[in-house]
Design a protein around this ligand. Sequence first.
Ligand code: SAH
Ligand code: SF4
Ligand code: F3S
Length: 449
Amino acid sequence: MQKNKVYIETYGCQMNLADTEIVRGILQNKGFDRTDSADDADIVLLNTCSIRENAEQRIYGRLGNFKNLKGSKPELVVGILGCMAERLRKNLVEEKSVVDLVVGPDEYRRLPELIEVAYNGDKGIGVKLSKTETYDDIIPHREDGLQAWLSVMRGCDKFCTFCVVPFTRGRERSRSLASIVDEVKQLAERGFKEITLLGQNVNSYRDNNSDFANLLAACAEVDRTMRIRYTTSHPQDLSDKLLITIAEHQNICNYIHLPVQSGSDRILELMNRTYTIDHYLKLIEKSRKNIPGVSFSTDIIAGFPTETYEDHVMTLDIMREVKYDGAYMFKYSPREGTKAYRMKDDVSEETKSNRLHEIIDLQQQISFEKNQELLGTDEVVLVEGLSRKSDEFYAGRTDTNKVVIFPKKNEIAQGSYVSVKINKATHATLFGNFVDIADVANDNLALIA
Ligand code: SAH
Ligand code: SF4
Ligand code: F3S
């Protein structure tokens, strides 16, 4: 009897999306098959996130569904991978009888063996964190496409006081530059047009004498028609060298995700973010000077312990000052084991909600205004495919990560670069008309973009 069809659902950040592809690579090497239907599966795996309480609640809800499925199919193996597996460990199998497998982010190599354990009726548990595991030699299983994620480092040593990641992902470690560049080459040969290099704090990437700027340059030089993105840069150690590297390479996108978290120095200190607003603003200024047209996005937390109305107003102030192109905005959620968990969660739910709404409203207004500035300009767009709303339109993105919708032209293939004149803009989307095919291998194009 063969029981080997695996169904995977992925939650959380891009790193989990990349890990799911590593897991697929590992399982495929051992002869497991993939299915896209849970009903059809022998093994259901949830690659989970612990970043906020509601992320975990969603998984518990999903486990309820799989409990029903298991009722009609008792031999089904249900596994939890990722950050929740690491955070809750064997409590998960003790508290949730439906769970047969608990495998943390550094133990995916053992999945085939642990699945065997579960087939034999035991619980398969692998939750050790590693100081060295980078899955360097595993070829992730990726569907063909234009866009790929690639983890260049794992773990985090920053210990921001609100954050569970250092506990779920362990210590910081980098993958070798040579193996990353090799993978980028393979992706270029397969026709991928955009690679996003991933790490919780890519600025601390290191492989012998190479730092993140060297890595970015090496990836950018593989194929000048391939866009290189990356996330996340911590504001403490974004170097001048990195800014210059971005400016010098036309295909390294002019887009920096630079999470500020709060506009108040007092809160930043309590968060252990290790920078001040003054330092942060100087970085923004320096980036804008070195990289003309650079766009910024950020992460913001509303309602961190002791946050006053004045602190909140400082957050609104920094948003107005920087004028971010986009932001990911969250209510503070206490996470057990973190330093902030021991502080009193003293901002009421209602106040958190109100502040978050004000932050979201302001960001929408800023994004709208920023996008209006692009009316009448020609933007270079990587064509990603049909628009979600209509087959008559194409959707693509600018180098600064803005979605552009324009009337479909049959002679233009997915994956080509075109120049589009913008004639309408909302806070989230740009609209325009096709002008010409864009020659992205030509450096002068940076002037148009
Ligand atoms: N390494 C990245 C962040 C990864 S987590 C960085 O340092 O920027 C993504 C975002 O989730 C964080 O930037 C933060 O804004 C948010 N976040 C993390 N822990 C949180 C918590 N306990 N409550 C609310 N938001 C949180
Ligand atoms: Fe979490 Fe801070 Fe590390 Fe980002 S840098 S993953 S917020 S501890
Ligand atoms: Fe979530 Fe883990 Fe990513 S907690 S945000 S999946 S690193």
